[in-house]
Design a protein around this ligand. Structure first.
Ligand code: NSS
Length: 433
């Protein structure tokens, strides 16, 4: 017997669990399917969860169900019952089954190689694990907006194609811009410093691009950058804002996506502790910690992955490293008046071996000093004339920071690799699919 198209209202699997004993219509994709003694056990998947559906011989669509493969899209009608033996504790006694879109033999089977999974990323994103991560990611983006909007920040948009480097030349992607050389942006920052003279407190969530040659577990060539810039704000206030920001984000995720975190096996106790204040460790103190752990490190360098791993294993809450050597950091950071070899900057590190999640600073306001620093970094002040105008016309003390959203998400979910924080990761050796 062929099944007819369901005309009733469809509800989600999650919703159907509140309808025990009632007749419901479900639709989604086939997560698993097997036949045993004339009964088909089909586990249905939708964005809200999974549900075992039992299709007995004689039910409209039974013949089609026998031919249905994993990941076909299907509709079912039936009665929901509570059954502790079924996955997730509920079962649908099917009264009708229909294929919406059939599936060929699904190329992803159990225990596939990472390479195969990445080649089939467009299909692998259906996995339950990635679905949970994407839900947390969506929550995180919403929480970033709520935080800033709740504090009177304006959201702005900044160009992705730019004419000057912000974070140094070595990681720039070049773009042929109608015959002249331009770049994909590394950060909104230079534009943000211009915009604060209009809106004072601003934020933006946008992709940043880094042509990092390093093949690591925490670098993407295209990542989402949540950045904020504040007029009239010094470094101390900047740090306070950042610790409140990260704490807010983590607590929101805990409140709204606990189930998903539990699915991923995350230890929630670590996240519960994420509340201000965060410890401030100076660069020099960080070097002491490294030395005690037997790591030799030259004063003046920025930390690499190995140092960050050791450093962050000493903490169980995010913390700041402040006042880096001037030569390790970008040209726009304000010189520390108490030690001019260092700058008023901070990187925030996630604990448990994770590493840097935000970078920020108070900005240099002096025109001459900025020109000197651009030159020292190998840049040409001519390329920065518009930016230098921000210091020529009503310059004010100001600060800002940037959060690598995937870096934070990677730590919140305690993932091994940054690529699983984003649906279609762009990494050094992959731009397909
Ligand atoms: O280079 S940063 O440290 N700082 C800036 O871009 C400043 N202009 C931000 C600002 O003050 N407005 O990058 C900021 C953060 C850094 O802490 C990481 O968490 C993240 O951006 N980041 C990355 N995430 C993923 N992949 C890559 N390649 C990456 N590079 C930086």
């Amino acid at each position: 017997m062929k099944a007819k198209k369901e005309t009733g209202k469809f509800i989600s699997i999650e919703e159907s669990r509140k309808n025990v004993g009632k007749k419901v219509n479900l639709r989604g994709w086939v997560y698993r399917i097997r036949e045993s003694k004339g009964i088909i056990f089909l586990v249905l998947r939708d964005s809200s969860g999974i549900m075992q559906c039992v299709i007995k011989e004689g039910i409209p669509g039974f013949g089609d169900a026998q031919k249905t493969l994993n990941e076909a899209s299907v509709e079912l009608s039936g009665r929901v019952i509570k059954d502790d033996r079924a996955p997730e504790g509920f079962e649908l006694k099917a009264e009708g089954f229909r294929v919406v879109g059939p599936a060929e033999d699904f190329p992803i089977k159990k225990d596939q190689s990472t390479e195969l999974l990445l080649d089939h990323r467009h299909l692998w994103i259906r996995s339950r694990r990635l679905t949970q991560i994407f839900k947390i990611r969506s929550e995180l983006f919403g929480a970033i907006d709520s935080f800033f909007r709740g504090r009177g920040f304006y959201e702005i948009q900044s160009p992705s194609i730019t004419s000057s480097a912000c974070e140094g030349g070595s990681t720039l992607f070049e773009v042929d811009y109608f015959g002249s050389k331009s770049y994909l942006t590394q950060s909104w920052q230079l534009y943000a410093e211009a915009m604060i003279a209009s809106l004072e407190k601003i934020y933006c969530i946008a992709p940043s691009f880094r042509a990092e040659k390093s093949r690591t577990r925490r670098h993407l060539a295209e990542y989402w950058h949540a950045e904020a810039e504040m007029a009239w704000m010094d470094m101390d206030e900047n740090l306070k804002l950042q610790e409140e920001f990260i704490s807010f984000l983590v607590q929101e995720i805990l409140k709204k996506r606990k189930k998903e975190l539990e699915f991923l096996g995350r230890d929630l106790k670590i996240l519960e502790k994420v509340k201000p204040p965060f410890e401030r460790v100076t660069y020099d103190e960080a070097l002491e910690i490294l030395k005690k752990k037997g790591i030799k490190f030259q004063w003046g360098e920025d930390f690499g992955i190995d140092e960050e791993k050791v450093l962050t294993s000493q903490f169980d809450k995010p913390f700041f490293v402040v006042n880096y050597p001037r030569k390790a950091k970008a040209f726009y950071m304000k010189v520390n008046p108490e030690n001019p070899k260092t700058v008023l900057c901070a990187d925030m590190f996630a604990p448990e071996g994770y590493g840097e999640i935000t970078g920020g600073s108070e900005r240099e306001t002096g025109l001459k000093e900025l020109v000197k620093r651009i030159k020292a970094g190998g840049g040409n002040p001519r390329d920065y004339q518009w930016y230098l105008d921000t210091r020529r016309f009503g310059s004010v003390p100001h600060s800002g920071f940037g959060l690598g959203v995937e870096r934070l998400l990677m730590w919140i979910c305690k993932l091994d690799h940054i690529r699983d924080t984003i649906a279609f990761p762009r990494t050094i050796n992959r731009v397909y699919p």
